[in-house]
Design a protein around this ligand. Sequence first.
Ligand SMILES: C[S@@+](CC[C@H](N)C(=O)[O-])C[C@H]1O[C@@H](n2cnc3c(N)ncnc32)[C@H](O)[C@@H]1O
Length: 298
Amino acid sequence: MEYHSPVLLKESVDGLNIKPDGVYVDVTFGGGGHSKEILRRLNESGKLFAFDQDEDAQRNSIDDSRFTLIPQNFRFIKRYLRFYGVRKVDGVLADLGVSSHQFDEAERGFSTRFDADLDMRMNQAGHLSAFEVVNNYEEDRLSSVLFQYSELRNAKAIARKIVEARSEKKIRTSFELKEVLSEFVPKSVEHKILAQIFQGIRIEVNQEIEVLKEFLLQIPELLNEDGRLSVISYHSLEDRLVKRFIRSGLFEGEPEKDMFGNVDVPMKKVGKLIIPSFSEIKKNNRARSAKLRIATIK
Ligand SMILES: C[S@@+](CC[C@H](N)C(=O)[O-])C[C@H]1O[C@@H](n2cnc3c(N)ncnc32)[C@H](O)[C@@H]1O
């Protein structure tokens, strides 16, 4: 099976406005689809650094002297680039979330389709797994994960039910969790609700919101003048953060104005929000929720 089919490939790489001899970073290497396209547009002096925290993705590494794969979390982007002597880059691409491979490998526990141990760690060496969140989080904390990250209005009742069930017997697998939650999941919307519940747990396990914020905050300092940021996100929580950061340099609230009414915002958007074409979604259903935002340094 194909590892991952890249989404908005041309649009996101076009967004980087590649200089053939520039230095670029693909922080979500996965199957390397975007990285290969970036390399194709670089000359012999260009350089590409990529990040992926998943051991499986590291096996897709590209044999090219211009390319370096850093097997780390991109929340540490500046620190690891500095290790390679890089302080400024010309563009950063992020294709957030989980790869098709991660969804399709049953034992990784990301998919509602398979019965697997509750795991959902993108980094197989990570300490927090879905088992821990479901079985050991206090009720309030679990409820807040389901409210904030799964965006479920009945998060409290669902958390209560999980806590009741686990007091009798630990919930070990995705199908056991589905069974516990069956009363909250009407057949007609089963897929949607379960996907939301799994998404919330996954975001918590991988600390995706915190990681995205830490990453974005490092971008203004990392980019050269005219440097570009190209971010593809797959759910509204991520997209909102990206949009707000580009608009105001903040994740919530409005930036303070100086005495002349000017605001100091580090980035500015380039073009409008881009979504996949109908024909891309037809070919690759996983593209359906993608949103691409491009920005540059002010
Ligand atoms: C949507 S896939 C990227 C697919 C890739 N663009 C391609 O064309 O094959 C996201 C990848 O980013 C990785 N990833 C997600 N969050 C990460 C993080 N915080 N640090 C490092 N890698 C991360 C995942 O392990 C996954 O392989």
